[in-house]
Write a new protein. Sequence first.
Length: 163
Amino acid sequence: MRKILVGTIFFMLGLRPFSVALAADSSANGPTALALAAVVAEHSTLLTAQEKNALARLFNGAVDLRLLASHKISVKAAAVVCRMSNVDISERSCEVTFGTQKITLKGRQANELNATASAAGVASEGAAGTIYTSFSHLACAIDPQEIEQKDGGGANCTFDVGQ
């Protein structure tokens, strides 16, 4: 009976609990995609140090190909789940899954990833004093040579929002 009552209240308020959020395909292009790829890549266990450095330099505005990777860089993450408390306002964390390995970010790094995901169109949902932002199946394609042309292209990301 209690589950029916809670479900009815969520329905009447137009809310849905985090556990039943539906996944939807989304994408980001251009500067937002580059930002998302760079913030995730910094913590990736799937990229080489050279690829991480190249993305960091691109994100910082260095588009000199002599110093960057000359091949496309693929940034992938299986899942990202960020949590912020709206009760303990100093509490924030993100769990990022790369393949079978999970990385936990806290504080400023978690806030940076959460804010960048929000800028890319990932909506937050709240439940029981916690604000969740989550997405999965992140796949970003970064082409340093195209970015060097400075015409707005060279960075594309796709992901599923919710879980």
